[in-house]
Write a protein that binds this ligand. Sequence first.
Ligand code: GCB
Length: 561
Amino acid sequence: MLYPVVNKYRNKISLNGLWKFNIVDEDYDVSKPIKDFRYIGVPSSYNDLFTEKKIRDHVGKVVYENVIEFPKSSLDNNWFLRVGAAGNSCSIYLEGKLIFTHNGGFLPIDCPLPRKETINRYRLTIVLDNRLTYETLPIGEIVDDKQVIHYDFRNYTGIHRDTFLYSKPKKAIEDIFIKTNILSNGAEVEYQVFCEEECQIKLLDPDDIEIGISHGNQGTISVNNPKLWNIGKGILYKLVVSNSKDQYCESFGIRKIEILKDKLLLNGKQVYLKGFGMHEDHEIIGKGSFSALNIRDFNLLQWIGANSFRTSHYPYAEEMYDLADKYGILVINEMPAVGLNFWSDRTVFTEGVVDNKTLEVYKQQFAELYARDKNHPSIIMYSVANEANTHEVGALDFFTEIFSYIRNITNLPLMIVEWVGAKENKVAQLADVIGLNRYIGWYSDLGDLDKVPDKLKASIEEYYKKFKKPILLSEFGVDTVAGLHKLPSVPFSEEYQVEFILKYQEVLKELDYVIGEHIWNFADFDTKPGITRFDGNKKGVFTRNRQPKMIAHVLKEKWTR
Ligand code: GCB
């Protein structure tokens, strides 16, 4: 899947801006133009834009309507609607006729538009359904018409990412796969182009100077003295693929990722991950993605000296990976496999709950994720799930199937993020890296940080002894109210957050199979209401508005030393 671009052969027209919107019933009649509506901004979640609870908390369908018009010269090309992401599932109608459906709120919708020669203007309707079930990711349950979710972020809904009409030629360059190999005397770029026509391939160096050329849709181009993509060095090469009817320019980086003897290596050198689990979450726009806000996040990552983040708990907007490529930040790309845990005795991995149907949904979404993200040098690993009930017998079959499916598609290391103890865990042997989420001093032993060293060490060591895999401490953190200071510290104070994180870091320092620390969370974020959530989750190192808490200065000092 290639991102829409504008060039001599291709066009794109933004559909961001105002749309007509409303919450609707099951039997909403799409055949007629929307009558009863209010205006909404795209991209954005709709939940926090209006003043009524009935909209904010709506469970079910909503409708977005707009009128699209094609440019005069458009008949030579095929046209598509691209929605970066809209959740959770969507149905797309042109003049009231269903033309496309999509399941999954975090990956692109790429819908061919069957236009007629004589008609230039069309009514475009997008019906979204925010219900989460066992056949969606994340999974959820509808109980008494209410949405029940077993994970810790808002089920924000809306057209969340950039939305375009775009065109490509009739025999277009459909896709480009790029793989790089670092050799003792240089590097090589292996490429495969999906196109009915034969293409010419030009390789441009980071200064846009042509350094190689090749013909044919599959091949290899050598690079002398390659400049390697690295942390803080977002060095990008380009492949310009062209033929008489089309052209596409795809960026990539030359770098090598390995897991070797419990270490994470980037270009042959050991890397210790410093960073965060993040969320796409902001006031008012919810999960809407905006360049300016994304840039702020990257500037904060750079300022604090982070070298990496996990896209907890779902794939982020394309631009986040583009920025990571450019800033030289490592990304662990997480599937939206969260909620696979009812926090009770109920079994998750069983027929009728998370079963083969869920598995198919998972595979489909991984295929879409890979199709979208395969060429980003910043992506160093895929995280297959967060805090699933991996102690259940059924989890082993489920994840065996998933790991083997993913391994057929990508060579990148795979991580699973765990909450269960090593002894009970039936799945972690499948992974290359084990992510552990630990909250000693918060969800257990609240306020008693003296308990951290022994308990944390024991729980990490237990994993290593049993599975012999490198470990990333993928979550640790405490809710912290910005501005609340206490001496001596108490939970929720900024002092407690500092002491907690320093305590954890002391332990990690001793364990040389730990490949990194990802603090939970980069910034405060909104959650479903709960008595442990005061206006959302406050474990951010930054506030929801992206200003530093005290811990941010401490981390900056340590991470940039
Ligand atoms: C976790 C989850 C994360 C939560 C976090 C918390 O283990 O993976 O989604 O937000 O704990 O703060 O409770």
